[in-house]
Design a protein around this ligand. Sequence first.
Ligand code: NAD
Length: 512
Amino acid sequence: MTQVAEPRSAGGGAQLGEPVNHWIGGRRVAGTSSRRGPVYNPATGRLAREVDFASAEEVDAAVRAAKDAFPGWRSTSLSRRTEILFRIRNLVDQHRGDLAGLLTAEHGKVTSDALGEVARGIENLEFACGIPNLLKGGFSEQVSTGVDVYQIRQPLGVAAGITPFNFPAMVPMWMFANAIACGNTFVLKPSEKDPSASVFMAGLLKEAGLPDGVFNVVHGDKVAVDRILEHPDIRAVSFVGSTPIARYIYETGTRNGKRVQALGGAKNHMVVLPDADIDMAADAAVSAAYGSAGERCMAISVVVAVGNVADPLVAAIKQRLPKIQVGPGSEAGVEMGPLVTREHRDKVASYLDKGREQGASIVADGRDHPLFKGDGFFLGVSLIDNVTPQMDSYRNEIFGPVLEVIRVPTYTDAVNLVNDNPYGNGTAIFTRDGGAARQFQFEAEAGMVGINVPIPVPVAYYSFGGWKSSLFGDLHMYGPEGIQFYTRGKVVTSRWPDPGSSKVDLGFPRTR
Ligand code: NAD
C-alpha cells in the first residue's frame, strides 16, 4: 500500500510556513509583487502558509522562459521526449504519498480520495508516454503522378493552463502531460487555494530530466490570469473552473487570438427509474454526492426519482447518511473531509436555508454535525427532498455535500429536466432496462453519460468534457482531443521530379 507522508516540501522545497513560490526556468523564484494570498489547512481552519501572487512582469518572465525553451524542446526527438515522460510517470508514481499528503493538507480531501486523484492524473502521464504513436500522421502515396501527400502535427509553442482548487494535481496533469509530450512548453497558473502540489510536481519534472523552462508555474489571481490571456507569446489556454470564469477566459482568450478550451461548472443529474435496484442506486447516489465533500465537477448533485421509486429511494439514502464518517482527511477511517474555505462552506450551507424558505424538505442538515461549530471548514452531509427546478438550490451549482431530490412522474419528464438544465457536464441513469438506458444515452444532452455508473469520468484514452455551459470551446480535454488541442496540422505535398520534365503550367493543380 502507498505510504502517505506528511507534506514534506510544500512549495517545491519550501519548509512548512514559508510562502509557496513560483517555478520559473527550472527553479523556485520568490515573488516580488509584494502580493500574497492565504493557504489554509481546512481541517483546522488555521492559516498554513501564504502563496506569492504574480505581477504581470512575473508572468512575462515565466512566458519568456517557456518561449526560450520551446525551440530546443520541439526539436528534441520523440524517443527522448518519451524517455523523459516515462521518468516523470515513474517519479510521480514513487511520490504518490507525498502528493496526496499535500492535497489533504491544503484541499482537505481524505487520503484515499487524494491517492485516487493522483492515480487518475498518472493515467494521463501514461497516455502521454505513447506520444510517438499519437503523433503519427497519414501518408498518401502517388496522389498524382509522382506526387505524395502527408500530414504532420506540430506543437503550438507556449501553452498555458489555469486550474481549479478541487483537483490540484490531476487537472494540471490533464493538461501538461499532453502539452509537453506534443513538444509545447507550458505555464501553469494553479488555484491559489491549494498551490503546493503544482510546484512539487515541477520539481519532479526537473528531476526526470525535463529541460528548464519547459514547465513553469506562476501563482496568483486575476492579475496573473489576465496577463496570460493577453500575452502575445501564449498560443493556447486550457482552463478548468467555474462557468462564469470559463466564459470570461474563452471570450477574452479567443478575442486575443488564442486557441482556448474552457471547462466550466456542473449540475449532474442521476436519473433513477422505477425498475432500478434501490440499494445499488442509493449506494451510488451517496458515494457520488458526498465523495470529496461534493467538491467534484462530476459529483451527483441531483437525484431525479421517477415515479414510485422516490419514497423508498429517499429512505434508503437517508438511512446511509449517519454512517458517513466526517473528519480531518488525514485520519484513518474518515470518509469525508472539510470544504476548502470557510467562505465556501458557508455559501454551501446557505442553500439549505434557501431550500427551506422556498418549500423544499430538508431531510438532513449538515450544520447539525458537531464539527460544523469547530474551527475547521466542516459541513456534514445534507439531503434536500421535493426540490423544484425554480428553487435557488437547483438553479445554482452548490459544489458541496448537498444532495437534492427532484421527483418526476415519467422518464420523459426526467430527460426533459436534464436537457433543460443549462449545464451539461455529466449525467447518469440507473435502471435494469437496457432499452431505456440506450434511449437515455441517445438523447441526454451532456458530454459524459453513465449507465449504472454515477461518476462517468472517461479513462485517459478518451477525452473529458461537458456540453452547454459546462464547456466553452470545441475540443474536450486530455486523451485524443487533448493531442489535437495542443498541435496544429500541416499537410505536405511533395514531388521529386526529373528536372528534365519541368515546364511552366499556369492551370489549376490537377490530380490526374
Ligand atoms: P474558479 O473558477 O473560482 O477558479 C478557477 C481558476 O480561475 C483559478 O485558478 C482561479 O485563480 C482563477 N480565477 C478565479 N476568479 C477569477 C477571475 N475573476 N478572473 C480570472 N481568473 C480567475 O473555480 P474553483 O472554485 O477553483 O473550482 C471549482 C469550480 O470548478 C466548480 O465550478 C467546478 O464545477 C469547476 N470544475 C469543473 C471541472 C470540469 O471538468 N468541468 C473540473 C473541476 C472543477
